[in-house]
Design a protein around this ligand. Sequence first.
Ligand SMILES: C[S@@+](CC[C@H](N)C(=O)[O-])C[C@H]1O[C@@H](n2cnc3c(N)ncnc32)[C@H](O)[C@@H]1O
Length: 287
Amino acid sequence: MIESRQQVETKPAPAPRVAISKENYSFLQRHLYAASGIVIDASKDYLIDSRLMPIVRVERLQSLDELCQHIRGNTTSLLSRRVVEAMTTNETLFFRDVVAFDALKKHVLPRLLAGRQAGRKLTIWSAAASTGQEAYSVAMMLLELGVDPSEVQILGTDLSEQVLERARKGRYLQLEVNRGLPAAYLLKYFRQAGMEWEIQERVRRMVTFEPLDLRQRIRNHGPFDLVLCRNVLIYFDVETKRAILNNIQHVLRRTGVLVLGCAETMINLHNGFTSESMGGATFYAAK
Ligand SMILES: C[S@@+](CC[C@H](N)C(=O)[O-])C[C@H]1O[C@@H](n2cnc3c(N)ncnc32)[C@H](O)[C@@H]1O
């Protein structure tokens, strides 16, 4: 169960099941929460071991405790940043959740395109873009709908600079294009580049990627016709989820649509949105 901020700060940490002192374990929890909003509770403490031991080894440190000593010395250092990035879960794939993407293509995007004033670009925000598959999936869908790329602006943002660097390159391993991407799209929108597949320039140019912590208000962008905030709220406590939804509500057009991940819901969380079911998927509009 996800803990609230208060619990993270005041509840004594249970003994960690990884080789790290109790003090450093709760320091890491607080550091991660302060830097990203992500909550690591006892059910996920194995992640501390699997994600941070590679850093311990690369840095030729003795232990997780020694790593913590370095971070405690400077919580804004590059090493501290790497620790936070390593603790983010960047799992993503093309057209993740077929039902939602089908509904976007059949119902949501045609409606948003038709409702737009002549000459205005369609603005789309992939709010936790990871390595870019979500943003590029939407771009390819718009091309399939016959939309001129110059009529669209897609923004992908993420906390992690590492994933954004990969997203900007638009190069994917065979394993990654095998996940969710229809073969016809692979042939139509990618070219083989050595061992990788590179997304074509015409698709890449539709999307820009920028760093953003979702707990901050987005500046210099918006309002948006479509916001995808998918499979990221699950990592936060209720307070952080609400703050992020407030930020989204602020930049969602009156006619705009928000889509969450299929395991995420607005129930008991935020009353500033109405929900609508289209093609079996749930979409939200700001009240
Ligand atoms: C599991 S991925 C989701 C990717 C994509 N939206 C999808 O559904 O496939 C979650 C992403 O959220 C990012 N993230 C975590 N905390 C964040 C924060 N506070 N602000 C912005 N992005 C964050 C992580 O770096 C990671 O790339």
